[in-house]
Design a protein around this ligand. Structure first.
Ligand code: ZN
Ligand code: ZN
Length: 268
């Protein structure tokens, strides 16, 4: 497995320059993972499959879904790609490399765990600030246009917010100067995580059922359903920041009511 990965990596670094891999490779990888993981939820919603796991009754119209895709493609080429190109010298300066051998799994996993924790922390505070009146009205309301989120809405946001989210995502790698392989794995996991949080479905196999500290779709869907001043649940990945700072009280009350109602039903 490790040698297969290394020979694949060898192929990449012999055929492409560092710049091509870090900028165009990252862009291509991001687009593939984002659309492959997000598009299926559009079809699920349209076809009505797995309806019993859908969090909200409401569905998005095909026109609303298509508008989201069109804007995303525009922003990905107009904002994400230039940001990836412009941040390349910063990553080089911070010590990013792409040569063999690949870093050990211990290093890769420790760095990625650190990135998740740091990103969640930065995102939480940034997101709370985005929910103040002026910033919400002029910036963050774009992301909240979809009160019934589906996977692809995860990256649907005002360009200023895309820059902020990009900052929260790359601050960890920027200060640790990781191997490009680690950076790619982090990007893939972060995309899958945010697409899942916006997917609109809570499955029996959802990760949040296994790890209570993990937010997931049910947690973030609540944030989109409620009025912006009352929503809470500001974290991107975990639930503990909202718990510590008391911004998950509405969500927890609702969950407690649901459990009570279910228990009541059982008794009857
Ligand atoms: Zn928000
Ligand atoms: Zn969201």
């Amino acid at each position: 497995m490790a040698s297969l990965l290394e020979s694949g990596w060898q192929y990449l670094i012999t055929n492409f320059s560092d710049f091509q891999l870090a900028c165009l490779g990252s862009f291509f990888l991001h687009e593939s993972v984002f659309f492959f993981s997000g598009l299926p939820f559009i079809f699920l919603e349209r076809a009505g499959y797995l309806k019993k796991y859908k969090i909200q009754e409401k569905n998005n119209t095909p026109a609303a879904q298509e508008k989201c895709i069109a804007k995303l493609v525009m922003y990905h080429f107009g904002v994400n790609l230039p940001v990836m190109i412009l941040s390349y010298p910063v990553f080089r300066y911070m010590g990013m490399e792409s040569s063999l051998p690949l870093p050990s799994w211990k290093v890769v996993l420790a760095q990625i765990l650190f990135y998740f924790i740091l990103e969640d922390f930065v995102f939480y505070w940034g997101h709370r600030i985005l929910h103040t009146k002026w910033l919400y009205k002029h910036v963050h309301s774009v992301h909240h246009e979809y009160a019934t989120p589906f996977g692809l809405t995860s990256e649907y946001a005002h360009p200023a917010e895309i820059l902020f989210l990009g900052f929260a995502t790359i601050i960890g790698p920027a200060i640790t100067g990781p191997h490009l392989f680690t950076l790619w794995l982090w990007m893939v996991l972060r995309v899958l995580e945010t697409v899942e949080a916006h997917c609109g479905y809570h499955f029996p196999w959802s990760i949040s059922n296994l790890f209570p500290l993990y937010g997931g779709a049910d947690f973030h869907d609540y944030h989109h359903r409620l009025l912006y001043t009352k929503s809470g649940n500001y974290s991107s990945t975990f639930t503990y920041m909202d718990r510590i700072f008391g911004t998950d009280t509405g969500y927890r009350r609702l969950k407690a009511l649901k459990v009570e109602a279910e228990e009541g039903n059982k008794k009857i």
